[in-house]
Ligand binder design. Structure first.
Ligand code: ADP
Length: 398
């Protein structure tokens, strides 16, 4: 059967039609309304369609995308066996720890979770409702970015805060990027031919997070109650001393909204460099002698190496270190620098393999006890697999 994967964001909707058996992507498209008019692009084999449309909301973007699949005769002919639509939903809270068929009750649950992920969940929900409206006969499934981390043991998921807060306010380390971490766990296990592995997975894109996985189960992760925690990112600060935030509120009169904006959108590589949140540009600038660009990369690397080391301690060693997402898949120097000094953990980088690598690849030396993998992430395949699992659990052909 085919699964239509829909990822509804604040300024783009990405969609793909995937054959669930071969896992081949048959149609891939995107509606981008960050500029007016919105741009839609769709690829189907060697065919390519693009056009400009008046779209102003996630709802209209999903309507446009599904409408296109209904109306364009070439695309319609390819959509002959769609069994379900699988939606990416950022936050499942403690209510949803695995994919779930969307019912009215599930939608009520998703609404309750909007407070936990105000930037993402309302938009995801809008995408779901638009798809239900456009394709009323097709089952819709929600797959959560937090679900992979639901297995975190209490010691790893609990903050050092009054327990009453945690209970009453639902505070815990939820973790994010789970679709990518789950995919990389499966892919690494397949490449290495075993599941009994201690994996450290570094998802380094605009957002960055790291997961510790033992025997296929996530036991720790760097993002926390929100996706702001942990590694230094494109525009997000990552972990900072919480006392610093109290200081900023008390002495510099920053409000919650100010802190939200600064920590989420004006910090990280962008805030450090004053130049860009794009690692490629920073590398070019640093190579040309720009010292702030150089420092921003050093801060990024320091936190990354520190977190890899901390995670190795949690796991009691590393069988494979995995790099994925934009920076992890593409940046030769970041991978090289991240692995510097990790030989004591049994991780020996093959410099030549790192330079010529095309993911998916193993870039550790032959003799290295631990492997170093570069994997192209496929979050959409986690959505397909989880959607099929939900259909099968209901006794439907998946
Ligand atoms: P998102 O989290 O938005 O999906 P990506 O996974 O596409 O983001 O990652 C975006 C990041 O990847 C940017 O910082 C970009 O500079 C970086 N990146 C992409 N290609 C390269 C490259 N060749 N070298 C260094 N960084 C790269």
């Amino acid at each position: 059967v085919q699964i239509l994967v829909v990822n509804t964001g604040s300024s783009t909707v990405k969609f793909s039609l995937v054959d669930s058996t071969s896992e081949q992507v048959q149609i891939a498209g995107q509606v981008d309304w960050s500029d007016h008019p919105a741009q839609m692009q769709v690829r189907c084999g060697s065919e390519h369609y693009s056009g400009k449309y008046a779209v102003n909301s996630p709802r209209e973007a999903v309507q446009l995308a599904l409408g296109q699949l209904d109306e364009n005769p070439v695309l319609k002919a390819r959509c002959s066996a769609v069994a379900a639509v699988g939606h990416r939903v950022v936050h499942g809270g403690t209510l949803f720890q695995a994919g779930v068929r969307i019912t009215d009750e599930v939608k009520r649950g998703l609404k309750q979770l909007c407070d936990l992920a105000p930037l993402h969940n309302p938009i995801n929900l809008e995408g779901i409702e638009a798809a239900q409206h456009a394709w009323p006969g097709i089952p819709q499934v929600a797959v959560f970015d937090t679900a992979f981390h639901a297995t975190l043991p209490a010691a790893a998921r609990t903050f050092g805060l009054p327990q009453q807060w945690s209970e009453e306010w639902g505070l815990r380390r939820y973790g994010f990027h789970g679709l990518s971490h789950a995919y990389c766990t499966d892919r690494a296990s397949t490449m290495l031919g075993r599941r009994d592995l201690r994996l450290v997975i570094c998802h380094l894109g605009q957002g960055c997070s790291l997961s510790a996985v033992r025997n296929g189960v996530c036991v720790d992760t760097s993002m926390g109650f929100t996706p702001l925690d942990g590694l230094v990112m494109g525009t997000r600060s990552g972990s900072v001393d919480p006392g610093l935030l109290i200081h900023a509120m008390r002495h510099h009169r920053l409000s919650a909204d100010d802190l939200d904006r600064i920590l989420n959108r004006e910090s990280g590589l962008l805030g450090l460099s004053g130049l860009s949140n794009d690692m490629r540009q920073l590398q070019e600038a640093a190579d040309a002698g720009n010292q702030r660009a150089g420092l921003s990369i050093e801060v990024f690397l320091h936190r990354l190496r520190q977190t890899i080391g901390a995670t190795a301690a949690v796991l009691g060693g590393i069988d494979a270190l995995v790099f994925t997402a934009g920076i992890g898949e593409n940046s030769v120097p970041i991978r090289r620098r991240a692995c510097e000094g990790l030989e004591f953990l049994g991780l020996h980088l093959d410099q030549a393999a790192n330079e010529r690598c095309r993911p998916d690849a193993d870039i550790a030396t032959k003799e290295s006890p631990g492997r170093i993998l570069v994997l192209r992430t496929h979050e959409d395949l986690t959505i397909v697999r989880e959607t099929v699992r939900v259909l099968r659990a209901e006794g439907q052909p998946g």
